[in-house]
Design a protein. Structure first.
Lengths: 170, 90
């Protein structure tokens, strides 16, 4: 059965079908949240759980206008922002502020990227991850983050510029 | 690093994360929640029925039940309580 079939069954209250959707999307969703949480896996997985439970409680609100994965990402980002406010964790880097020195460049470029990513602001990390690593269009990403398209593009451009500066030693 | 290299690096898919019981934990939490919702709904419905049974003049009830105003009010109350319970548990 494809995703649409599982969504239809879940909309009718089928918990097993929803379980299949969880299995289908857990990796991408947790990966996205782990990046937002700067590698704090426990925090990211807690929010991922809450996201799926929220999705189940409000499954009737999913109208099928966008993808189910996109709807999940939107809930996840909203949940992440709420968790940050609740825990009073500062996940922002003031605009324009860069670390004093470029990140330590190990042979593994992906590790360098993760380290550099951690120095970006939350909207920049979210925008870059959705648009590049997860392959969503700018329009889809803007909808998921509930920000105007122009703002998303600014986050992407600013994030890229900062990353380039931080990774210039590679 | 060139812009193109950066784009390639950024486009690398996120590492796959093994499920390792994550989905099972969510299914369990959903099942537990559904059991609570059902228990609350049945308890409220039972309570209302018991109150109705105690207060309605059941002995005088006949086929005229369908036109009975108290009965209609009681049914509406049941439906409303059910909806309220559902909303509150969610």
């Amino acid at each position: 059965m494809n995703e649409e079939g599982f969504v239809s069954l879940a909309l009718a209250g089928d918990t097993a079908a929803f379980g299949a959707l969880v299995r289908l999307h857990q990796s991408r969703l947790r990966g996205f949240l782990r990046r937002l949480a700067r590698g704090d896996h426990a925090l990211a997985d807690d929010i991922a759980q809450e996201t799926f439970l929220d999705a189940w409680r409000h499954i009737g609100q999913f109208r099928g206008e966008g993808s189910f994965a996109g709807w999940l990402m939107q809930i996840a980002y909203r949940r992440f922002l709420m968790a940050m406010r609740r825990r009073k964790i500062e996940f922002e880097m003031p605009d324009g502020e860069l670390p004093d020195t470029p990140v330590d460049c190990s042979p593994d470029a992906r590790i360098d990227l993760e380290q550099a990513m951690a120095n970006l602001s939350l909207p920049e990390r979210a925008s870059l991850t959705l648009c590049y690593a997860l392959g969503y269009t700018s329009e889809e990403s803007a909808r998921m983050l509930e920000i105007p398209l122009g703002t998303l593009k600014s986050h992407v451009a600013r994030g890229r510029k900062k990353l380039q500066a931080m990774l210039k030693a590679i | 690093m060139t812009g193109r290299n950066l784009d390639e690096l950024l486009s690398t898919p996120l590492a796959s994360i093994p499920d390792a019981g994550f989905s099972r934990a969510i299914e369990n939490r959903i099942a537990a929640r559904e059991r609570i919702v059902m228990a609350v709904e049945w308890s409220v419905a039972g309570l209302i029925l018991a109150m109705l049974a105690a207060t309605l003049p059941l002995a005088s009830l006949t086929v005229g039940l369908s036109t009975s105003m108290p009965f209609a009010v009681a049914c509406s109350a049941l439906v409303l309580m059910h909806a309220m319970t559902r909303l509150m548990t969610e």
